[in-house]
Design a protein around this ligand. Structure first.
Ligand code: SF4
Ligand code: SF4
Length: 117
């Protein structure tokens, strides 16, 4: 079953804790990332009714260095980034189960790694 990480980025505060936890877990150097927080915006846009909105979003993105915390997961722990998320907006599990959590009430990103079991 393919494992993944679901991020409900509607609630991401941009705190960088996931980045820091991952760097510690993987022993990464300055400038290296297993997960990288991206900031989208701020910029203004129009919706269908021509009202103006602002976009200013944070979205952490898995890099190819991400191992899905295979060693931690094997011992029953959550991935380090998920465990240390300050907003509790990250979830780890089988992608099918994670996909079922997406109900359209907020914006989510489902990302996969290479670990399967
Ligand atoms: S799952 Fe582990 S390796 Fe992947 S981004 Fe999260 S902390 Fe880093
Ligand atoms: S730890 Fe959670 S709230 Fe903080 S930047 Fe990462 S996903 Fe967002």
């Amino acid at each position: 079953m393919t494992k993944g990480i679901l991020i409900n980025y509607e609630f991401c505060t941009g705190c960088h804790s996931c980045e820091v936890a991952c760097k510690k877990e993987l022993g990464l150097d300055f400038g290296e990332f297993g997960i990288k927080l991206e900031q989208v915006g701020p910029y203004k846009y129009q919706t269908g009714d021509l009202s103006e909105k602002w976009e200013w979003t944070y979205l952490p993105v898995l890099t190819k260095a991400c191992t899905m915390c295979e060693d931690r997961v094997k011992t029953g722990k959550m991935p380090a980034c998920v465990q240390h998320c300050q907003a509790w907006c990250m979830y780890f599990g089988d992608v099918e189960d994670l996909a079922r959590k997406i109900d359209g009430s907020s914006r989510c990103a489902l990302m996969t790694g290479a670990v399967t079991s």
